[in-house]
Design a protein around this ligand. Structure first.
Ligand SMILES: NC(=O)c1ccc[n+]([C@@H]2O[C@H](COP(=O)([O-])OP(=O)(O)OC[C@H]3O[C@@H](n4cnc5c(N)ncnc54)[C@H](OP(=O)(O)O)[C@@H]3O)[C@@H](O)[C@H]2O)c1
Length: 275
């Protein structure tokens, strides 16, 4: 079954740049009214202008997703403005680099507040709305979380980031099975290295130390590639969204053979001059 997305509202966090921005534009092109949020207003206004140029509808609500009240307000404004809410893409997030023993408690807690709790802060109010009405269609809603390929494997110098993405992955799977009988789809998105502000934001983070292993060039992609995959998942819901079959298989093998994966990671660290 392919879902006609035209007229179905979506709320996207972290939509001023990168994957969120590309997905907002792709959704608007498919006829979805799009509510966009992030902390900085200027990039959101630029996305709004592009959506308007495309003939779409946009709502800008500057929001810090780590603040539960602000996130709930974003969802409430979306429902009020568009008269409903069909989908949420909890995408806002950032990276943090450094050996776990050198990172401060504060910086580790903060990354969970944004990457994991920031997702929960928008998803749960959205679900209250989706489940609060008799189903008018099937599915009655779709929740997507931008996790990562690194959700499947903790890698050196990205431990807390991988853990925050694993939380999204595990909670996402549980919610998928809990909500399927209630008519709500849940999908997790697992990008490989994507050319966005992500790397510079992680490097600039006050507490970031060390470079870690750079993603192989063959596994880097433009954000539009992720956006196309997310749009395809909105049209035909599936459990997990991957943009690289090779990466998906490599991470599955790494989970199945942890000793071998450690050897490969240790060799990559030596090559990157980190060990
Ligand atoms: N790029 C990659 O290689 C890669 C790979 C796998 C997964 N991902 C995931 O993809 C998602 C999007 O990242 P991206 O690659 O598109 O990087 P990006 O361009 O840096 O986008 C991240 C967005 O999140 C927003 N954000 C960060 N903290 C926020 C907060 N507390 N409240 C609200 N918004 C916040 C940022 O906007 P403001 O600064 O204005 O708030 C920014 O627009 C992230 O969850 C990331 O973990 C990225």
């Amino acid at each position: 079954m392919t879902i006609d997305l035209s007229g179905l509202p979506i709320a996207i966090t972290g939509a001023g740049t990168g994957i969120g921005r590309a997905t907002a534009l792709a959704c608007a092109s498919a006829g979805m009214p799009v509510a966009i949020s992030g902390r900085r207003e200027d990039p959101l206004r630029e996305v709004e202008a592009e959506i308007t140029r495309l003939g779409g509808r946009a709502l800008v609500v500057p929001t810090d997703v780590a603040d539960p009240d602000a996130a709930a307000h974003f969802i409430a404004r979306t429902i009020e403005t568009f008269g409903g809410l069909y989908a949420v893409f909890a995408n806002a997030g950032y990276g943090l680099r450094g050996p776990v023993h050198q990172l401060t408690d504060r910086s580790i807690r903060d990354i969970f507040e944004t990457n994991f709790w920031g997702s929960m802060h928008v998803i749960r109010p959205a679900l209250t709305h989706m489940l609060g009405h008799p189903a008018a269609r099937t599915p009655r809603g779709h929740i997507l979380m931008c996790s990562s390929c690194l959700s499947k494997l903790g890698t050196p110098f990205t431990g807390p980031y991988s853990a925050s993405k694993a939380l999204q992955d595990h909670i996402g799977r549980a919610m998928r099975l809990e909500l399927a009988p209630l008519g709500v789809r849940v999908s997790t998105v697992h990008p490989v290295g994507t050319r966005t502000e992500f790397v510079s934001t992680a490097a600039a983070h006050a507490d970031s130390k060390g470079r870690g292993i750079p993603p192989p060039e063959a596994f880097t992609q433009p954000p539009e590639r992720v956006a196309r995959a997310v749009l395809a998942c909105l049209r035909r819901p599936r459990a997990e969204v991957w943009t690289s079959h090779t990466a998906r298989l490599a991470f599955a093998l790494a989970v199945a053979f942890p000793g071998l994966a450690d050897k490969v990671l240790a060799r990559s660290l030596r090559r990157a001059g980190e060990a």
